[in-house]
Design a protein around this ligand. Structure first.
Ligand code: ADP
Ligand code: ASP
Ligand code: MG
Length: 823
């Protein structure tokens, strides 16, 4: 059983509700669910306004009531089949009349009790849950409206009632434990044992979901809202924020207690008791990872997980030398405030004991002042307490994270950043759990404080890498699979967030700033994409102006590789599996290297040679480390490696090639492998990487396709022609074998000569033990003079190639700022 809760932001409009219905249907297919809904977005606020107006005798509430009525009727008309509409509208009318009667009563008596206020506020959820249950039923899902007042029992603290947990759990179990239907439960509302409507506090629907989850021992509680999880700071208050992947229950509790409205603080407790994970997900972007709140504490580096704030508080300070060393002072303050019903949000005492200060809500400040002045009357008169001071318009900012316990230097960083930005801290408290550092600042400084602390702790930690992928054939698809597989790990353990912001094939492209799922392409591209144009793709990607932007070319297209200069000029780093650019003219090769430097972007192409094997990287590092390359030898084609490792002089050569084709080891036309051109391209790239200025025309390449077979019209025709040369290949094999040699198609660069040819090698040669379709590359250098530096292993295949591309992406991601875009 899973509990899904949809907040007011998720049921604000027809479009949003349609998404919710779709999500419910999807989740229902996966198993049993119960659903909790809030009032339609903004309705609770309107109800509050209406009842306040009515009690003041202001008739404006009537218009608002009409607006609420219209809004709900409109949704019913749009979402519920014509047949069922009239019953639903009748029921709606009954509810709205009841509301009208109460408001009318309030406007006549000019009297508004907490009890009546709660009764009025409860209509929002009663309306929304009822409509949703009918809309679901009308779409064919067995659903039932459930009034939470029958399940959740509370005391009579109207406005913020305390739940009577055992009775509540019993009621929930009785009603929902065995249910096969989808219950659409009203959030936020509850009732006393005598049946009077109470509410669980503003934002209380989250709590409803958690109570139901705990009572039913649900496997998860999902809070669906309008943000992708709990963010490192309130998105409305800071310029930059990041989603938090995981939080412990305690961390979530601290963050929400200090103002992260995305989850209502009491929600955590019931879930925590039963160790039920709470997921925070975005209704409008269900594929986004979201936040999961669980028991386990992540042993990660990010010691501060998030920052939250309470905007408006009043700071009260008691000051006086007479308090020093006198026991029981703090206790007296607390009890005086408790007696007055004042809630203390935060408290600090200077170690000199000269001052005690604490934060309260502005509403409660006058009450607190009065209580303290009364209680400490004598001390004030006698000068034991100098003054009790009230400072309005303050804010609390709290940095929260389990890891702060173990990490020294957190508060240093915290306060250094504030000092550097000239922010004056009025009071400081560090929770004894060490999970929280809170400070009080002037409300005017709040935004600056939040942004400053946020930047100090997060910007250097989590890095979003914004990917723009071209080519979703064999390799591109494997790469997407790999992203899907590795993304969570990279995010959680290495603070790297892979974000796919653009994707394209030769026909369509799609760009999305917030990122998109890694799965489901290319069908989705055909449905959702725009007709492909490289210019347009780049232009739109560029317009997003995202930091750490990276182009990935998984095509073999020359048109794409010709476009690289534009990509780099637009400050995108580039990872490519496409050999065309580096094996084109020397001028182009050099131009790309220079552009990368000039635009401060990275250009990596490890998979150009040996697929995922670290060939280019090894060579580059040798050169950078001052080594001199004297000779490069390699078997650079998996196909040709396989063919000559398998060919034993008995099976005809043409048959060996045919077998390779059938196994999928060759190109559809094996001549493309046998002609050696691909191997030549790789050798050319290696030579250039070694610092040698060569053009393709400088290479001597032995084409293994016999002359007559080159012009053959079809592959079949080619095989027939090739068979005529079977004897010739056998003779060559026998000649080698008679001397204990074997055949090997080797690419070689040595002393200015670059050749690719079928050679005989003796048993002492480093390549003689080669098997399967492995590649092998031997670098003979000044440092590796006696035995060469050898890289060996599978050098072909979509999977290893995708692995090599991801490795390049990660190398780039580890560079502090690899693209100088302005955020
Ligand atoms: P719902 O109607 O779904 O219950 P709420 O408005 O109660 O939604 O909560 C979601 C809002 O909480 C977000 O739109 C966001 O503005 C606000 N919020 C405050 N702090 C945070 C935070 N740290 N992370 C995410 N959202 C936050
Ligand atoms: N509708 C209620 C409110 O606005 C409860 C909720 O949204 O969770 O506070
Ligand atoms: Mg909420």
């Amino acid at each position: 059983m899973r509990i899904l809760k949809f907040g007011g932001t998720s049921v604000g409009s027809e479009d949003a509700i349609r998404r919710v219905l779709k999500l419910i249907a999807l989740k229902r297919e996966e198993g049993r669910i119960q659903v909790v809904v809030s009032a339609f977005g903004g309705v609770t606020n309107t109800l509050l306004q209406m009842v306040e107006d009515a009690s003041a005798g202001n008739q404006a509430y009537r218009e608002q009531l009409k607006a609420i009525e219209d809004r709900h009727i409109d949704i019913v008309r749009k979402l519920i089949g014509v047949k069922q509409q009239s019953t639903v509208l009748t029921e709606l009318k009954v509810l709205l009349n009841e509301l009208d009667d109460v408001l009318h009563g309030v406007s006549l008596t000019h009297e508004l009790t907490d009890r009546t206020r709660d009764f009025v506020l409860g209509f929002g959820e009663r309306l929304s849950a009822y409509i949703l249950s009918k809309a679901l039923a009308s779409s064919g899902i067995e659903a039932e409206y459930i009034d939470a007042r029958e399940l959740i029992k509370t005391n009579d603290d109207f406005g913020n009632a305390r739940v009577l947990v055992p009775t509540t759990y019993e009621n929930i179990r009785e009603r929902l434990k065995e249910s096969e239907f989808v219950g659409i439960v009203t959030g936020y509302i509850s009732s006393t044992v005598t049946g009077e409507t109470t509410t669980l506090g503003r934002g209380g629907s989250d709590y409803t979901a958690s109570l139901i989850g705990a009572a039913l021992d649900a496997e998860a509680i999902e809070i669906w809202t309008d943000v992708e999880g709990i963010m490192t700071a309130d998105p409305r208050k800071v310029g930059r924020y990041l989603p938090i992947g995981r939080l412990s229950y305690e961390e979530a509790m601290e963050l929400s207690h200090f103002g992260a409205e995305v989850i209502y603080p009491p929600t955590i407790h019931p879930a925590m008791e039963q160790a039920i994970p709470i997921y925070i997900k975005n209704t409008f972007k269900p594929e986004a990872r979201g936040t999961v709140i669980t028991q386990e504490v992540q042993d990660d580096k990010s010691s501060v997980k998030g920052i939250s704030s309470i905007d408006n508080i009043t700071l009260i300070t008691l000051k006086g030398s007479g308090m020093v060393g006198v026991s029981g002072f703090a206790a007296r303050i607390f009890s005086a405030l408790a007696d007055a019903g004042v809630n203390i949000i935060m408290i600090t005492q200077a170690s000199s004991e000269h001052t005690v200060c604490f934060a309260v809500l502005p509403d409660e400040a006058p009450l607190a002042m009065r209580a303290l002045e009364h209680h400490f009357k004598r001390e004030l008169e006698e000068g034991i307490i100098d003054e009790i001071k009230e400072e309005p318009d303050c804010s609390i900012v709290a940095a929260v994270g389990e890891g702060m316990k173990r990490t020294p230097g957190i508060s240093g960083r915290f306060f250094r950043s504030l000092g550097r930005n000239g922010i004056n801290v009025r009071a400081i408290a560090q929770g004894s759990s060490e999970r929280n550092i809170s400070i009080v600042v002037q409300e005017d400084d709040l935004a600056k404080t939040l942004n400053t602390i946020h930047d100090a702790f997060f910007l250097s930690e989590i890095k979003s890498v914004n990917l723009f992928l071209i080519g979703i054939g064999l390799i591109g698809s494997k790469l997407l699979d790999l992203f899907e597989k590795q993304a969570d790990l990279l995010f959680e353990k290495h603070n790297i967030e892979l974000k796919l912001c653009g994707i394209a094939n030769s026909r369509y492209y799609k760009i999305r700033e917030e990122g998109m799922p890694f799965t489901g392409w290319p069908d989705r591209l055909e449905e959702e994409g725009e007709p492909m144009s490289l210019q347009q793709f780049l232009k739109e990607a560029d317009r997003l102006n995202l930091p750490n932007s990276l182009f990935i070319d998984c095509t073999a297209s020359e048109e794409v590789s010709d476009f690289y200069p534009e990509v780099m000029k637009a400050n995108f780093s580039l990872v490519t599996a496409n050999k065309k650019a580096n094996s084109g003219t020397l001028k182009r090769y050099q131009e790309l290297q220079e552009l990368a430097l000039e635009h401060n972007v990275m250009y990596l192409y490890e998979t150009n040679v040996g697929a995922g094997l670290p060939v280019v990287k090894t060579l580059k590092e040798q050169v950078l480390a001052g080594d001199e390359i004297t000779k490069i030898e390699g078997v650079l084609s998996g196909t040709l490696s396989y063919i000559f490792n398998t060919y034993d002089g008995k099976t005809p050569f043409s048959q060996v090639v045919r077998n390779a084709l059938e196994k999928g080891y060759t190109e559809p036309d094996p001549r493309e492998d046998l002609n050696g051109r691909d191997v030549a391209r790789k050798l050319l790239i290696l030579a250039r990487e070694a610092g040698i200025e060569v053009e393709m025309g400088d290479l001597t390449v032995q084409n293994l396709v016999p002359e007559p077979a080159r012009e053959a019209d079809s592959v079949e025709d080619f095989f027939e022609k090739l068979a005529e040369f079977d004897d010739e290949f056998r003779q060559q094999y026998d000649r080698a074998a008679s001397q204990g040699h074997r055949l090997c198609y080797i690419a070689r660069y040595e002393q200015g000569d670059a050749t690719v040819a079928l050679e005989e090698i003796d048993s002492g040669h480093p390549f003689s033990g080669l098997s399967g379709s492995d590649n092998i590359i031997a670098f003979h250098t000044k440092h590796y003079r006696d035995t060469p530096l050898v890289v060996k292993g599978p050098g072909a295949g979509a999977e290893v190639t995708a692995g090599g591309i991801l490795a390049d992406i990660l190398r780039i991601s580890n560079v502090p700022s690899f693209s100088n875009k302005i955020v």
